[in-house]
Write a protein that binds this ligand. Sequence first.
Ligand code: SF4
Length: 383
Amino acid sequence: MPVDHLYVHVPFCASKCPYCDFNSHAGRDGEVPAYVEALVAEARARARDVAPATVFVGGGTPTWPSAEAIDRMLDGVMSAVTTSRLTEVTVEANPGTLTPEKVRVLRRHGVTRVSLGAQSFDERRLRVLGRAHDARDTVRSVEVLRDGGVERVSLDLILATPGQSVGEQRRDVARAVALGPEHVSTYVLTFEEGTAFTKSLEEGRLEAPIEGRDLAHLRAACEDLAAAGYRRYEVSNHAKPGAECRHNLGYWRNAQWLGLGAGAHSHVGGRRWKNVDDPAAYAARVAAAGEAVAWEEQPAPRSALFESLMMGLRLVDEGVDLAALAARHGVDPRVEHRDAIERHVVAGRLERDGDRLRCTPAGIDVLNAVLVDFVPDEDDARG
Ligand code: SF4
């Protein structure tokens, strides 16, 4: 399998959002020049033979550094790889960080798609989420992107934020739709370990989520987006016809990708590895050794099969091809997981059509509970 996907991580942000557990850092802008040079050096060292079909620059906030820094980074990375197969180049951005000059830089380097972290259009919710922008910034950012000729815009929305009613969320979704994005991602707020939100929850300063509330919010968002012509093609992602994110489809199909930058994961030739998380440590390692791998592993066949099932069953209509997974991993899920598949099909959570296995709408709502039955035993997972 070729390496079809290239991920580039830019870990700098204007401020740290209280719910965020991504590898992102505020107040470290002085490190940007050395980090950009490390990214370019890593791309030259590791991505020379790569001809990706998609590139995704994520963060952090890749559009937070200056136009010059973004220019240097994109120039260095894109000139290190073969670009003849490219069909999609996505950059994540946050409202308030995009200028016409930065959009010109993005376009000059072939960016076709910008994923904008709108999160909400309600000023109170944006304050609760600790976002560094307001709703007008989002509207202006979409205008700047369209004026600059960006073909595809995706908006991220966070669902079920503290204090938000379903009605308020419906107004948020309507305002997102009114801006005409080709793609909308909807993520239910989760309380991740080590975040300021989780600390507030533990200390009783934030109300504990009510059971079932997330599902009500998720269903309302799916209904509203479907009514507006967006197809839910993955648990949290909705697209106008043909506007699915090809890069993320690669992850869900458990394809091969190379990740560059601090904390970036890679999956090539059956091996997985991850770079060191800290941006300064990453830059120093790359400067000294040309790479910054923190760990690497070769998952056992049953673990690799589970990863393919876990990712592929997130794809709403597509699901997974059981025969293809058997050929790829050398373990046949039709044999290995016969009982689990049958049980969930009978219960209406999975649907089987020949070798195609997918979640039903009821199964998607409880996907994690379904996947538990496919987890390999500890001994099998080690191979
Ligand atoms: S802007 Fe995004 S990456 Fe940065 S801190 Fe906020 S949620 Fe995290």
